[in-house]
Write a protein that binds this ligand. Structure first.
Ligand SMILES: Nc1ncnc2c1ncn2[C@@H]1O[C@H](COP(=O)(O)OP(=O)(O)OP(=O)(O)O)[C@@H](O)[C@H]1O
Ligand SMILES: [Mg+2]
Length: 443
């Protein structure tokens, strides 16, 4: 595990002592105790949120696996996981129910990992079926408006993720539910989802839909053109005169089950606020990403959602933390000068060419060849030193970004997870991330 040292160092790398390796306080912030969180039987739901592409799905899966291997009966609800990661958890198709993950947690241990991918459309169907009598449910499910709505309405995925969470929680089967969240363009979509669905059904749109249906075709079409692009054009052409009838049927049917819908959305929203729920905000150590994370932290606070802490994911480290960028640059320059003296600018290229031409004489190479080889080695070393210098500069930038966040949010617990060399696409990768989330602990 080549990154282990880097991670420990990352976590504790205060600006003064680099890879201190000491335990305890991160400079200016507190460490996020992931094991404490997942081991606590009172923790029942962990929600991983954050902006797009930062590692929400990876974090959710890694936490789920770690919790399972530490003895909890865990389910992970993922949303659009990368294909290889999904396969490694045995998720080959959207089937909307949790499946046991092979190879996660021992067969004899108390812990278990189950995983599922959210099927948005099917979850929406389940909601309809749960709230309408069978005949009405069928009318809704077959209605073209419903079909467009359930597939495309902005916020549907967020809402359905919450709906699924509510369903999983209601079974009472799980010690711990770890929830991934959709890559919303706006981080707020996720928290807004229950309210948004409520306002869709309760508010303006439904009133407008009902009104033109009563007063006749012309104003209805006017609304449709203005208000709901999906109803114009294609759908209008396909369904023609049938359109308004369908619309009316749909609205009436939705309206009749609306009470249940809203109640449910509100119930799930309350569940998010409840004791036993913990939010983790995942972010990359970059300015824009952390700015969004800050916004998220504020929003969670405003909604009184329980924030457990911030996961700073894909933090860069180095195997040679004691070598500063300046020293590496200076050494690179010295080497390049020496390399130039040893063979000029063409030293490296010629060195290789000569070597080939005089393959048999390699061992007893002339002084000139030796110098050329040395020149090439020096040029290579100089290149590596410059790469190191760049890496150290990236680390410095990341650390300053992180420190700024910590200075504004000193009370938000934080953990850093190093950038691994490749993608995280199997259980071993998830285990490694889990260990880093726990501050490098193997226990
Ligand atoms: N610490 C890490 N080191 C290396 N690769 C990582 C790390 N964390 C995540 N990745 C990789 O980054 C990519 C994005 O991660 P992930 O899918 O978890 O992000 P996400 O926040 O869920 O994205 P989206 O918003 O699109 O759902 C994946 O390929 C994943 O393997
Ligand atoms: Mg994701």
């Amino acid at each position: 595990m080549s990154n282990g040292g880097g991670a420990g160092g990352n976590r504790d790398r205060g600006s003064s002592n680099g890879e201190g390796g000491g335990s305890g306080g991160v400079n200016g912030g507190n460490g996020l105790d992931i094991d404490g969180l997942i081991d606590d039987p009172a923790t029942r739901i962990i929600v991983c949120c954050g902006s797009g592409g930062v590692g929400k799905t990876t974090t959710a899966a890694a936490i789920g696996l770690r919790a399972a291997e530490r003895g909890r009966r865990t389910v992970v609800l993922t949303i659009d996981p990368a294909r290889r990661l999904a396969q490694s958890m045995g998720l080959t198709e959207l089937d909307n129910t949790p499946r046991p993950v092979k190879g996660a947690a021992g067969p004899d241990g108390p812990g278990e990992l189950h995983a599922m991918m959210l099927d948005m459309k099917r979850t929406f169907d389940e909601v309809v079926l749960a709230h309408a009598d069978p005949e009405r449910a069928r009318a809704i499910l077959e209605n073209p408006f419903y079909q467009s709505l359930s597939a495309g309405f902005a916020g549907t995925q967020e809402y359905m993720a919450m709906e699924k969470l509510g369903q999983l929680q209601a079974t009472g089967e799980w010690d711990l539910i770890v929830v991934d969240t959709p890559p919303s363009r706006s981080a707020l979509d996720f928290l807004d989802a229950p309210g948004r669905l409520g306002s869709f059904l309760d508010g303006k749109i439904i009133r407008v839909l009902m009104t033109p249906a009563k007063v006749g075709g012309r104003s209805a079409m006017k609304f449709l053109n203005v208000g709901m692009g999906l109803l114009t054009g294609t759908l209008g052409k396909i369904f023609g005169a049938q359109l308004l009838t369908d619309l009316q049927t749909f609205v009436a049917a939705m309206d009749s089950m609306f009470g249940g819908f809203r109640e449910r959305a509100e119930g799930t929203y309350q569940l998010l606020k409840a004791q036993g729920t913990a939010f983790l905000v995942v972010a990359a150590p970059e300015r824009d990403a952390l700015r969004e994370a800050a916004y998220f932290v504020d929003r969670l606070a405003a909604d009184q959602m329980p924030l457990a802490g911030l996961v700073l994911n894909r933090v860069h480290g180095t195997g040679a933390p004691q070598l500063t960028a300046e020293r590496a640059q200076a050494a690179a320059q010295a080497l390049e000068e020496s390399s130039a003296e040893n063979g000029g600018d063409h030293g490296a290229g010629n060195g290789a060419g000569n070597g080939e031409q005089h393959g048999t004489a390699e061992g007893a190479g002339s002084g000139a060849e030796r110098e050329a080889r040395q020149g090439a080695a020096e040029a290579l070393a100089a290149g590596l030193l410059r790469l190191h210098a760049e890496r150290v500069e990236v680390m410095g930038r990341e650390q300053r970004t992180r420190d700024r966040f910590v200075s504004v949010y000193p009370d938000v617990p934080l953990v850093e997870v190093p950038a691994l060399a490749g993608d995280v696409h199997d259980l071993d990768g998830l285990r490694l991330i889990g260990r880093q989330l726990a501050g490098g602990s193997d226990r």
